[in-house]
Design a protein. Structure first.
Length: 254
């Protein structure tokens, strides 16, 4: 156990001891029944405090999920895609004048935009129609294997909350996993070429974690041409995703 953890528990134990001794008559010691009663009382107070904090934390999480679901319901996948494209367009501004530092920043932000789009788009689809929600619950492993207490079934939006929570925790830079997730939810096979997108993800990783160098310390190419190519690839990839969502909605409503 690390020294910081040890100091934390030592401090907690000292606070416990101080609380008891402040209330224990001076003629009694830790072997007395009164000491034991105060010890139990302190534990009960701490447990109540812990339970209250945990409840408030869960309530805050629930509030944030409800806000997110409301936002998704008001921002369907079409609106999300338009917003994404506006951001992509802004990345192209002054591209020819961008120095190496700015190019690396733009490249990194490009992937951030794609990850955000992939997450928001699939969540908006799940919120938009209970049939997509059902697909997620039945076909996504972490949801289909989830144990939910019987009493929780009666809590409003429990299934939706669990699904949105899982989709929030998904890592959207793992493209093959993301494609499988999409296919399981929208019920359509995505014929996507992912090699270029995976290369873009890898270069972004090296930009963020190695300042644009590979494992051997070699400086990687982040030229204007490289950045422009990445923007075009991400735009094309996201457009196919968007059209697939349109197709899935048309299919489910036909």
């Amino acid at each position: 156990m690390g020294s910081a953890t040890e100091r934390y528990f030592d401090r907690m134990e000292q606070e416990r001891e101080n609380w008891i001794m402040e209330r224990l008559p001076p003629d009694l010691d830790e072997d007395s029944p009164e000491y034991e009663m105060l010890s139990l009382k302190y534990d009960a107070i701490e447990q109540e405090r812990h339970d209250k904090a945990e409840y408030e934390y869960e309530q805050q999480l629930q509030f944030e999920r409800d806000e997110q679901i409301e936002w998704l319901s008001k921002n369907p996948h079409v609106k999300i895609f338009k917003s994404f494209n506006r951001e992509i367009f802004s990345l192209r501004n002054n591209l020819e004048d961008a120095n190496i530092t700015l190019r690396k920043m733009k490249y990194s932000y490009l992937v951030t935009l794609l990850e955000a789009y992939l997450g928001e788009a699939i969540q908006s689809i799940v919120v938009s129609d209970k049939r997509f929600l059902r697909n997620a619950i039945c076909n996504v492993d972490k949801l289909s294997d989830l144990n939910i207490k019987l009493k929780d079934i009666y809590i409003e939006n429990m299934a939706l909350n669990k699904t949105i929570s899982l989709l929030n925790d998904t890592l959207y830079h793992r493209i093959p996993t993301v494609i499988k997730l999409y296919e399981n939810i929208i019920g359509i096979k995505l014929n996507l070429e992912v090699n270029e997108i995976e290369k873009i993800m890898l270069l972004r990783h090296d930009i963020v974690h190695r300042n644009g160098k590979d494992k051997n310390g070699n400086t990687l190419d982040v030229s204007i041409e490289t950045l422009n190519h990445a923007i075009n690839e991400v735009s094309g990839f996201s457009a196919i995703i968007h059209h697939s969502l349109d197709k899935a909605i048309s299919k489910i409503n036909s």
